[in-house]
Ligand binder design. Structure first.
Ligand code: SF4
Ligand code: SF4
Length: 441
């Protein structure tokens, strides 16, 4: 049977062979962590501590503010050095709590394992997702509990776990599925119970045959669960694409997965939920792929949140040569960073170091109307026109051509022979449209 997929998309150089076979190594906790209060989409958490306070491992140090928000927890025990602004790789500024490690890893005494999900009510499970600080670990970092509280009149029938990991070079989810398949499956079952879903699907690209095998073994013939093998294609892991491929359902323009009865979570989010239920330890660490031709020894590392990316690079032997670009996340969607003090946060899936030769490009030129960008856009948009409208400042026309449906996958930029910065232009225009909407109320 042909693996399932969607229309459009691209086949970039995947580069996953550098790390897909490497087991997850645990990076020792650093001397200091920096924990931003805005590690998730929605309202930043509000700090609960001040400089001079002593905190324990897993202690809540930032309280969720509002419904679309999650708490932040201490990833080491030690002394709070400061509470103040830091810049984030996406260009935003967030208040962050900086903690100096006392080396004791003293666990917060009030942490208690919630226990077997089957003994907990769906309502309690939804509360626990929030208490665990769960926000999507695939990169978007949307608070998990919000997805499990659908609006009036909508219901969840299927939970899809996203194990596609379609971004080139990243293998953190792949390794997690291979090494911790049972935990992923337990997390899926707990999520299904929380949402009242009858069906759970783990969607994985076929280039991860060992992960598919491990997951199939872990679901052990459970009739409610299945593994959906998907074609290896970018952006297969994008929410709407994965739903279309795994279930054949189409999320309407401007709509959400819940409009077709589905919630999509990353496999790492499911595993973190299973961990929390079993141990009571909230989300304080994650697996990060450190890779690329510019790094000496690429690795998959389990790291404490708040660890500076410099520490991860040191653990991988440092730069192989003077780097061309350091990207937080994958090459298609991750932002390039210009210093190495940025901390690992809940959505940090990778650190990619590209060599100078890889980033050497040429000047952007005029559109030659080749149509390649149109052919690859998974949303059937006209990226060439959208970018033109963006350059002209013609926001009305851009909106009329569906610019807000762009999911910023970067396929159009990737294939453009004129090296037009299509996604960047579109992203900027979207930002202006959103600002205009906010202004007009
Ligand atoms: S227009 Fe948006 S959704 Fe379409 S290919 Fe470009 S970045 Fe992706
Ligand atoms: S791929 Fe580039 S050159 Fe070709 S139509 Fe799109 S914007 Fe124009």
């Amino acid at each position: 049977m042909r693996p399932k997929t969607f229309r459009g998309g691209i086949h970039p150089q995947y580069g996953k062979e550098m790390t897909c076979h490497l087991g997850i190594e645990t990076l020792p906790a650093p001397e200091q962590v920096v924990l931003p209060m805005a590690q998730h989409a929605g309202a930043p958490a509000e700090p609960l501590v001040k400089a001079g306070d002593t905190v324990d491992l897993g202690q809540k140090i930032g309280e969720a503010k509002g419904f679309v928000s999650v708490p932040v927890h201490a990833s080491i025990s030690g002394k709070v050095l400061s509470v103040g602004p830091v810049s984030l790789p996406n260009g935003n500024v967030s208040v962050a709590v900086t903690i100096e490690n006392d080396g004791e890893d003293r666990v917060f005494p009030e942490l208690k394992a919630p226990g077997d999900y089957r003994q907990l009510t769906p309502e309690r499970l939804r509360e626990l997702m929030r208490e665990a600080g769960l926000a999507g670990m695939g990169g978007a970092s949307f608070p998990t509990h919000v997805k499990y509280n659908p609006p009036e009149g909508k219901r969840i029938d299927t939970v899809v776990l996203n194990g596609a990991e379609c971004e080139p070079f990243l293998t953190c989810d792949h390794r997690l599925m291979v090494e911790d398949a049972e935990k992923v499956v337990t997390g899926l079952k707990a999520l299904m119970r929380a949402g009242g879903a009858e069906k759970g699907i783990i969607a994985v690209e076929v280039n991860k045959a060992d992960a598919i095998k491990a997951l199939e073994k872990a679901i052990a013939g459970d009739p409610q669960l299945s593994v959906a093998p998907l074609a290896t294609k970018y952006p297969q892991g994008e929410e709407k694409m994965i739903i279309r491929a795994a279930l054949g359902r189409i999320v309407p323009s401007g709509g959400l997965p819940i409009d077709v009865g589905v919630v999509v979570n990353n496999v790492a989010t499911a595993a973190a939920f299973a961990d929390y239920l079993a141990t009571g330890m909230p989300l304080i660490s994650r697996v990060v792929t450190v890779t690329g031709r510019g790094v000496k020894q690429p690795k998959n590392l389990l790291v404490r949140l708040g660890t500076p990316i410099q520490k991860l690079l040191e653990a991988c032997g440092g730069f192989a040569e003077e780097p061309g670009k350091v990207i937080v996340g994958g090459p298609m969607t991750g932002p390039a960073v210009y210093h190495l003090d940025f901390p690992v946060v809940k959505g940090t899936s990778g650190i990619l170091v590209q060599s100078r030769a890889e980033v050497a490009g040429g000047e952007s030129m005029a559109c030659i109307r080749c149509g390649r960008c149109v052919k690859v856009c998974p949303y059937s948009l006209l990226p060439n026109f959208l970018a033109e409208f963006a350059e002209q400042g013609n926001l009305d026309q851009a909106e009329a051509y569906g610019i807000m449906d762009c999911r910023e996958c970067g396929c159009c930029t990737f294939v453009c022979p004129s090296r037009r910065p299509l996604m960047q232009l579109i992203r900027n225009a979207k930002g202006k449209i959103l600002a205009r909407r906010r202004k007009s109320g």
